[in-house]
Every structure is written in structure tokens, then in C-alpha cells.
Ligand binder design. Sequence first.
Ligand SMILES: [Zn+2]
Length: 239
Amino acid sequence: MSKRAIIMYGPPGAGKGTQAELLSRKMNVTHFDTGRYIESLVHSKEAGTDPVLKQEQINFDEGKLCTPSWVLNIIEEATRKIALTGQGVVFSGSPRTMYEAFGEPEEGSDAEKRPEGGLIKVLEEIYGKDNIIVFTISIDEASSIKRNSTRMICSVCGLPIMSISDANICGFCGGPAKKRTLDNPEVIKVRLEEYKKRTYPIIKQLKQEKYRIEEIDGTPAPYKVFEQILSSLSPKIHS
Ligand SMILES: [Zn+2]
């Protein structure tokens, strides 16, 4: 099977990170969690002294998107490194803007169009257009807010703790649960608006350019959602 580049889209709480993680365990693909990668950069020691990282840290902690050109550069670099390992890649949460996806400047921005395009072109060059698959995982807004405001992670290892757990400890390392800093209701609303405003135009553009897009219902339990994803990835049998 050819190596694939998979993109997971969905509002906060749709479970795109979980689905990407499940895929990376089942298939020969590396899960690139853009949010976590950016978080590790902006909360690194260097952010204390580097003015660029410092500004990105402020954006990040307020739930705003980091500067698109900065994000595109770090994602492109990381993507090329993954490709060198011979693996496919699954993205959760990127490309997040028209700029990251196609190199198109944001509306109202005075930035120039990036001549070499965005991440989509990079993926096409590495994996081929036919091997790029975009999943849009949908849940309604009320569920998005509810899921995010009840979501817990382990304060030690960072793994998610399902709300059905009554002990509020991590099943992996036993560490105590905590809320993610991104998950207070005000920040979730900002993230939902950002998602609509910035991601919908990318999906529209991908449709126009005839990329393969699979729409998935994110309402059921994650393992059920995963079954839908696997079945749309398995080769269709023509009889
Ligand atoms: Zn843990």
C-alpha cells in the first residue's frame, strides 16, 4: 500500500487527536499533533528569551492561532523529517489556515502569497495527490463545549482520562487528573470561532480542487468513530 498523508479536521472535542493516535497505532503513519508540538515549542525554556517564541506563547495561551508563517515553517520542516523515516503521516489540527494549507494570505493581512504554496503542495510532492485523505469529524456545538469543559488529562504524563473513570487518576501512570489550560469555556468559544472562520474555507478549497474528503460523524464513542474511518480507508472491493 502506498504511504498516505491523512488530515483530521473537526471542532475542539470532536476527537481528531484520538482518531489520529488510533490510526498511528494501527497503520504505518506518524501522528503529528500540531497543537502539542506548538505547545512544546512555546512552553520551552527558549520561549523565555526568544521574542518570537514569547509572542507565540501569548497567542497560544489565549486560545488564538499562532502566526501562520511561523507555524507553516515549523510544520513543513517536521513533515519532511517524518517523510525521511519512510512513514506516512496523520495530522490532527493542521493545516489550520488558508495560509498553512495553500500559502494564501489571510483576508485583511498584508502578507504576500507564498510562491511555493502551503502544506498541501508539500504533501502532494511527497505522497502524491491520490494518497492525501482528509477526514472531517463533526459534532454539534453543544457537544463540543460539553466535551471540552469536562475533559481531563493526566497531570503527570498528559494522557487523556475518559470521563467515565470515577477515580480521576491516570490509567497509565496513576497520576492525578487535571483540566487542560485550553479547556475553560471562554477559551473553548474562541477556539470554536477560530475553527469555523479559518478551517471551513480550507475544506471548501480542497473540495474544489478535488481532493478526497471523507465526512465522519464524531458523535459515537471514539472506537465506533474509528471503525468508520478504517472502513473508508480500506480498499473498496468492486465485484
Ligand atoms: Zn499518567
